[in-house]
Write a protein that binds this ligand. Structure first.
Ligand SMILES: CCCCC/C=C\C/C=C\C/C=C\C/C=C\CCCC(=O)SCCNC(=O)CCNC(=O)[C@H](O)C(C)(C)COP(=O)(O)OP(=O)(O)OC[C@H]1O[C@@H](n2cnc3c(N)ncnc32)[C@H](O)[C@@H]1OP(=O)(O)O
Length: 199
C-alpha cells in the first residue's frame, strides 16, 4: 500500500458507520466471551463452524484499505478498530489528552495483569492520535514503556498524553496510565512527520 492510501480514505454514511461500529462492538464482546469461557469440545466445534459461516457472509463485501471502515471511524472512541482497546477521551487538544479506558479479559496476560504488549499498543494509540492532531501525518519512531506496577483488567484506568517538544519533523510525547492514585505505566515516544511519498 502506497502513500496514496492516506488521501483516499472513504468514510461511511451515518447509518452504515453506526452499524459497522455495532458490529465491531459485538466482535469485542465475542473476543471476551471466547477468552473467558471453557466450552466442552462439541460446543467449541459447533461455535467454530458458526463463526466460519459468519466470516463467510462477509466475504462478498471485501474492500481495499482505502475503503475499509475498521480503524477509520475517528468519531467513535474505538475508531472501529477491534485490535485496539477503546479510548474514551475526556480532554483533547493538539498538545494534551486525558481519558479513560478499561481493559478486558481479552487483554489478560496472567494472574490478573494485562498482557505486557497491550500497554505499548495503548500508548501508541494515545500518542498517535495526539501527535496527528492538527499536524501532518506522522509515525512512531520509538516508544519506550516503563511498567511500574501490574496493569489490572476490568477496572477503569486513566490515561494522559502530552506533547513535550516539537523539533522540526520530530514530535516528542510522554504519557501515563493510572489505576486510581497508582501510576501503573509511563511512556515516552518520538513521532516523525512523514515526508512526501513515505508510506
Ligand atoms: C496507523 C496510522 C499512523 C499515522 C497516524 C498519524 C496521523 C493521523 C491521525 C490520527 C490517526 C488515528 C489514529 C492513529 C493511532 C495510532 C497511530 C499509530 C502510529 C504507528 O504505530 S505508525 C507504525 C509504526 N511505525 C513505523 O512503522 C515507522 C517505521 N519507520 C519509518 O517509517 C521511518 O524510520 C521514520 C518515518 C520514522 C523516520 O524515517 P525518515 O527517513 O523519514 O527520517 P530520518 O530517519 O531522517 O529521521 C528524522 C529524524 O528523526 C530521528 N529519528 C528517527 N528515528 C529515530 C529513532 N528510532 N530514535 C531516535 N531518533 C530517531 C532522526 O535521527 C532524525 O533526527 P534529526 O533530524 O535531528 O537528524
Amino acid at each position: 500500500m502506497t502513500s496514496s492510501a492516506w488521501a483516499a480514505q472513504t468514510l461511511a454514511d451515518q447509518e452504515t458507520g453506526t452499524a459497522f461500529e455495532h458490529l465491531i462492538g459485538s466482535l469485542r464482546g465475542l473476543q471476551d466471551s471466547v477468552t473467558s469461557t471453557r466450552p466442552p469440545a462439541e460446543v467449541a466445534l459447533a461455535i467454530a463452524a458458526e463463526l466460519r459461516a459468519v466470516a463467510h457472509r462477509l466475504d462478498e463485501f471485501g474492500v481495499g484499505e482505502a475503503d475499509q471502515l475498521a480503524g477509520a471511524q475517528m468519531d467513535y472512541p474505538g475508531r472501529s478498530q477491534a485490535c485496539v482497546p477503546v479510548l474514551d477521551h475526556t480532554a483533547q487538544s493538539a498538545d494534551e489528552v486525558r481519558g479513560t479506558l478499561q481493559l478486558s479479559r481479552f487483554h489478560l496476560g496472567r494472574n490478573g495483569a494485562a498482557h505486557g504488549g497491550v500497554i505499548p499498543l495503548v500508548f501508541d494509540e494515545i500518542f498517535g492520535r495526539l501527535a496527528g492532531t492538527d499536524r501532518p501525518r506522522c509515525r512512531t519512531a520509538f516508544l519506550h514503556v516503563d511498567y511500574r506496577e501490574i496493569t489490572p483488567i476490568g477496572r477503569r484506568l486513566d490515561f494522559t498524553g502530552r506533547v513535550e517538544r516539537v523539533d522540526g519533523r520530530k514530535i516528542f510525547v510522554t504519557g501515563s496510565l493510572a489505576d486510581g492514585d497508582a501510576v501503573v505505566a509511563e511512556a515516552d515516544a518520538l513521532f516523525v512527520v512523514l515526508r512526501e511519498g513515505q508510506p
